[in-house]
Design a protein around this ligand. Structure first.
Ligand SMILES: [Zn+2]
Length: 484
């Protein structure tokens, strides 16, 4: 039952290249700083040591140490990104996204682990059997490692503990229509039952925090319908108050459970203080877990885009909760600076072109960005004076921790998987359709010039992406507790 015991198993493991390697860089980046040094990786693709420039000299002088050197020079050497919020959609909606395309896009984007959300595939990950169906589809198709969230929907309470045993990183539920009929939202009563079942398991409940409020409506009134091609029309249907309502409800459960509560994709800056008050309450009551067991993420699109700049009819910008105004975005960045968020994800939620169109009210809500998350974040963060350690903190260590993977992923530390990237923080590139590796080449970032290019991606020490090319066969593993 302990999620920390999760180990990778399976019959399809292609292990590392059975030789030690020393990765060198003038800029080794950890959560706490940068230095000139190296990362020694053992024959099994596990980080053996983090070396300063001086200690590398001692290794060189000992001729018994046989290893291959991979020198990235001025490229930063960092832990691979862990993206804990990705909708892969297979099986069932594989035309929207599949494991091959999603994980190739991830590898090209410096992401070495993705965690798949339980909805938008058919079946959704709401039963143990469904989890196995998805794993079976994924197992031979993944170019990076893949973990799974389970889903909480009305009536699946008996499936939750078996899914924990099978290795899901936690569960996701909605407090509002999810957009797909096979993944219904939960009522406050369902939520109460869920907390009762999950209490004591050490798992996470991740919540889509929007609720309908009086006067809010996702449909426009027939007699008085503002132009649905305008983004402002859509934004008015999902005001901040809907996030506030949901997070206020969530906060009432905090004193009654020890389940780790995580709010996904915070858009409205106004909900963060509500969550912090709930966290304080829990810490005061003696909760010893990470961040008091109350965490929140925001996403690249909320940190990069604002409502004012969204052109009419451009539904590639539509997501829920919605992108809000520029002053809201600036406050989200203040929260990043003040360590008031815990992690940042893509919420890669693709669809086919036919479901987009120009009508903001009827279009599919979801933004595709998995491949560009690291560069999007770095482009904005650098301009605001942040360093690469901030990137490692929010994009690698934070998501790994949320998913109970911190002893395996998300940092440069001996004993962890050698999931590494060489990143050129000064190189610029333009987002073009021909660069995009995810299935449907739809992006609100098209033609944007981004700073920071992923040069090489290594998964457990094995090269999986270099110079714009995917290298070799799929080498990813599923992060599950059973022989899939
Ligand atoms: Zn999502």
């Amino acid at each position: 039952m302990d999620r920390k015991k999760r180990c990778v198993s399976g019959n399809f493991i292609i292990r590392a290249e059975r030789e030690k390697r020393l990765f060198l860089s003038r800029r080794i980046v950890t959560e706490s700083g940068e230095f000139d040094g190296g990362v020694m990786v053992d024959e099994d693709g596990i980080i053996e040591g983090i070396l300063t420039k001086e200690s590398i000299g001692q290794f060189y002088s000992n001729s018994n140490n046989k290893y291959k050197v991979i020198d990235g020079g001025e490229w930063a050497l960092m832990a691979g990104v862990v993206d804990s919020h990705v909708h892969v959609n297979a099986p069932g909606r594989t035309s929207w996204e599949g494991y091959v395309t999603a994980t190739q896009a991830a590898a090209a984007g410096g992401i070495t682990t993705i965690v798949d959300m339980p909805l938008n595939s058919i079946p959704p990950t709401t039963t143990l059997e469904n989890l196995k169906v998805k794993a079976n589809i994924a197992k031979e198709e993944v170019y990076v490692d893949v973990g799974f969230w389970g889903g909480v929907v009305p009536g699946n309470e008996f499936e939750l503990l078996p899914m924990i045993d099978a290795g899901v990183v936690g569960f996701k539920c909605f407090l509002i229509n999810s957009g797909v009929s096979e993944f219904p939202d939960v009522t406050p009563e369902d939520l109460q039952n869920t907390f009762a079942i999950l209490n004591g398991t050490g798992t996470v409940l991740a919540i889509h925090a929007e609720m309908n409020i009086e006067n809010s409506s996702s449909e426009c009134n027939k007699d008085n319908c503002p132009d649905p091609r305008l983004y402002s029309t859509y934004l008015a249907t999902r005001p901040d108050e809907m996030e506030i309502e949901a997070v206020s409800l969530i906060a009432t459960y905090v004193p009654k459970t020890d389940v780790h509560i995580h709010v996904v994709h915070v858009s409205s800056e106004s909900v963060v203080p509500i969550l912090e008050a709930a966290r304080e309450e829990r810490i005061a009551a003696g909760h010893k877990g990470w961040r008091g067991g109350v965490t929140a993420e925001t996403c690249h699109h909320y940190l990069t885009l604002s409502a004012e700049q969204i052109p009419d009819g451009h539904t590639e910008y539509k997501c829920s909760p919605p992108i809000r105004n520029n002053s809201n975005k600036e406050i989200l960045w203040e929260y990043i600076k003040d360590n008031r968020f815990d992690l940042i994800t893509s919420d890669h939620s693709p669809s086919v072109e036919d479901l987009k169109g120009t009508n903001f009210l009827t279009s599919w809500g979801g933004i595709s960005s998995i491949q560009f998350g690291l560069s999007l974040f770095w482009t904005e963060a650098r301009a605001r004076g942040f360093d690469l350690s901030t990137v490692s903190h929010y994009l690698s260590a934070g998501p790994a921790r949320l998913c109970g993977l911190e002893e395996k992923k998300g940092a440069l530390r001996p004993g962890l998987d050698a999931d590494l990237i060489f990143f050129n923080p000064n190189a610029a590139f333009m987002v073009k359709p021909q660069e995009i590796r995810y299935k449907n080449k739809i992006s609100p970032f098209m033609n944007r010039v981004l700073t920071g290019r992923i040069m090489q991606t290594y998964l457990r020490g094995q090269l999986v992406y270099a110079d714009g090319e995917i290298i070799g066969e799929p080498k990813g593993e599923l992060l599950l507790n059973y022989d899939y």
